[in-house]
Design a protein around this ligand. Structure first.
Ligand code: DGL
Length: 288
């Protein structure tokens, strides 16, 4: 599977939230084609056990490889925190999650060395951000908090800066992190950047928020440039969307995450039929 600079960037997520990363990639790299897969039939991942998340991730990656993407971004905070890094390194194309780029950005921004991490239950349980922060600076203190209601709130349109339900949930979750006196907070789940205005008000002006999707997109731009793998075209990149559930909900909600492509329309695939081992052996014909 030789990678070709003209091939698409593969982006995947447990559902719609990874479109926040697509938005950043479209802004930074408008000439790139993107192939997006959202596992809408099996979302959420964030409440599931490790083995299930890893199995789902292997199938998601197998689908993207079957489409000959040149590199893969796991936009999902839960996948990025759970899928083993050594498996990612063994793939025939580059694979990256969002954790390293976001932790790196947080370490650059924090002055007090006190960093908050918000994510799904699986992300917080994995300790991925805590480990990445400590690897960059052993003196940094991290404070993590799972915010399970944030995903359904966003998907139901409750993300305006003054939304009362979003503020109620934020107050319920964020007390200990605020009390810890953090000056930087990583929004470690695809949906949380949509709550930027709410979280800015909650934390106040002295706290910097980090969007992992944006940081991963910036890191991807640099990596593709270093590897001479950028699409030579400067504009006109297109996005193809695939989902595992019937696409109507994706098509209705995509505009929340990607206002520039509100008319995005997805095709359904049967992701459970994609077997990573077979794809890697070249023994699996395309199935959709
Ligand atoms: N995409 C997931 C994440 O970023 C949130 C939704 C889910 O739990 O699957 O962690």
């Amino acid at each position: 599977m030789a990678a070709d600079p003209g091939a698409p960037i593969g982006v995947f997520d447990s559902g719609l939230g990874g479109l926040t990363t697509v938005r950043e990639l479209r802004t930074l790299l408008p000439g790139e084609d993107i192939l997006y897969f959202g596992d809408t039939g099996r979302v959420p991942y964030g409440t599931r056990g490790r083995d299930t998340i890893v199995d789902y991730t292997r199938q998601d990656i197998a689908f993207l490889l079957s489409k000959h993407v040149k590199t893969i971004i796991a936009a999902c905070g839960t996948v990025s925190s759970t899928y083993p890094a050594e498996e990612g390194r063994a793939l025939p194309v580059g694979y990256t999650g969002v954790v390293q780029a976001a932790a790196h950005a947080a370490l650059k921004v924090t002055k007090t060395g006190r960093v908050g991490i918000l994510g799904t239950e699986a992300t917080v349980r994995s300790g991925s951000y805590q480990v990445a922060l400590a690897a960059g600076d052993r003196k940094v203190k991290s404070f993590a908090c799972a915010c399970p209601l944030f995903v359904p709130l966003v998907e139901n349109g409750h993300f305006a800066p003054d939304d009362p339900m979003a503020h109620l949930a934020a107050e319920e979750y964020l007390g200990p992190i605020k009390e810890a006196g953090v000056d930087t907070v990583i929004l470690g789940c695809t949906h949380y950047p949509l709550l930027w205005g709410v979280l800015e008000r909650q934390f106040g002006p002295g706290v910097a928020l980090i969007d992992p999707g944006r940081q991963a997109a910036l890191a991807m731009r640099d990596k593709l440039a270093q590897e001479a793998m950028l699409n030579p075209r400067e504009t006109g990149g297109r996005v193809e969307y695939y989902v595992s559930d019937e696409p109507s909900r994706f098509n209705a909600l995509a505009g929340i995450f990607l206002p520039e492509d509100a008319a995005a329309s997805a095709r359904q695939i049967h992701v459970e039929k994609y077997d990573l081992d077979l794809i890697l052996k070249g023994a699996m014909p395309g199935v959709e």
